[in-house]
Design a protein around this ligand. Structure first.
Ligand SMILES: Nc1ncnc2c1ncn2[C@@H]1O[C@H](COP(=O)(O)OP(=O)(O)OP(=O)(O)O)[C@@H](O)[C@H]1O
Ligand SMILES: [Mg+2]
Length: 318
């Protein structure tokens, strides 16, 4: 199951993504945390010392070649764009650590969270390419991933409305907007809800840095039932930020309870693979018409396999 953490800059997306990933992993669940922001802070928040793993967006030729498998509609990996959908013959992925992609790109933290990073700006990108090419690697990866109930992909997204520059915002079972109890935080939620409307996005709000029950009450008044819980202003998080990390088991019980509630909401979701894939194809056709066909010099609508729907049935047919 996939969850995206979105929200205003500095609202606590990375903190919430890391806490939730660690909560799941220390409870024994398989978790893949994905840093889809080009400002890479997720590794540190996960308590992973040392350099980040090899970035997924830094080796697009390898990624595309790996994912196309022997799909006859994709003879040239160079013609694959971020929205190219899988079809018969494509390589569909699972979350097994032994898989070539996770072997190549994932690191593992002490709590047992595996994590991937999209990649920072390279010197060569500045003024030349747009970082959506990098976050596009995550979109391509998710569209080939057959994750199921009981396994989790937690994605830390870029701030604000940037997520709408691609179809990435529709690739989740649950989208959680992290909001401080402020008008600006709530404003970002309302804007997100407007952009996401009509795309089948399940959008909920997680309050963050909540100081007292009055602040939680204010947030509930603003967003109503969309509020699924609140994280308080946390001395445990502050200590980590000072470079004095405590074991995850010492996180405040109320914050653990909020993370558990979040898990309950995610676990109750069911993915409709046909609807999901329909969205993949829709975004691909849009991207193909807007820029992809011109850039590849080919009609990328031909990449769509009309007979194909990913999911457990497609996996069994492999
Ligand atoms: N519940 C909390 N308690 C205490 N401090 C918090 C909490 N949540 C976040 N913070 C602090 O707020 C700051 C911003 O948090 P974080 O980096 O998670 O936000 P972000 O939304 O990912 O930011 P960006 O938009 O820059 O990616 C950090 O210093 C973090 O430690
Ligand atoms: Mg962040």
């Amino acid at each position: 199951m996939r969850i995206a953490l979105v929200g205003k800059g500095g609202s606590g997306k990375t903190t919430a993504a890391a806490l939730f990933s660690r909560h799941l992993a220390t409870g024994g669940a398989p978790v893949l945390a994905v840093d889809a922001d080009i400002n890479q802070h997720l590794g540190a928040a996960l308590g992973h010392p040392g350099p980040p793993p090899r970035p997924l967006g830094g080796d697009l030729p390898w990624l595309k070649n790996h994912l196309r498998g022997n799909n006859p509609r994709l003879p040239h990996p160079g013609e694959m764009i971020k929205t190219t959908p899988p079809g018969r013959g494509s390589r569909l992925l699972d979350l097994d650590s032994a898989g070539a992609l996770l072997q190549r790109f994932a690191a593992r933290t002490a709590d047992g969270v595996r994590y991937l990073v999209t990649g920072e700006f390279d010197e060569a990108d500045i003024g030349v390419s747009c970082y959506h090419a990098k976050t596009g690697a995550v979109e391509l990866y998710l569209n080939h991933l057959l994750d199921g109930p009981g396994e989790y992909v937690v994605v830390d997204m870029t701030a604000g409305a940037d997520a709408f520059a691609s179809g990435l915002f529709t690739r989740f079972d649950l989208t959680v907007l992290v909001s401080e109890p402020t008008r600006r935080g709530v404003g970002v939620y309302q804007q997100y809800a407007r952009h996401a409307a009509g795309h089948g996005v399940e959008l909920r709000v997680l309050g963050n840095k909540i100081a007292d029950p009055a602040e939680a009450g204010w947030l509930r008044e603003q967003v109503g039932d969309a509020l699924l819980g609140c994280l308080s202003q946390s001395p445990w998080v502050r200590a980590t930020e000072r470079g004095e990390p405590a074991p995850f088991a010492e996180l405040e019980p109320a914050n653990r309870a909020a993370l558990d509630a979040l898990r309950g909401v995610l676990d109750a979701r069911r993915r409709d693979w046909a609807a999901y894939h329909h969205g993949t194809v829709e975004f691909h056709l849009r991207n193909a018409a807007a820029w992809g066909n011109r850039s590849a010099g080919a009609d990328l609508a031909a990449q769509v396999d009309p007979e194909f729907v990913p999911g457990p049935v497609a996996a069994r047919a492999r």
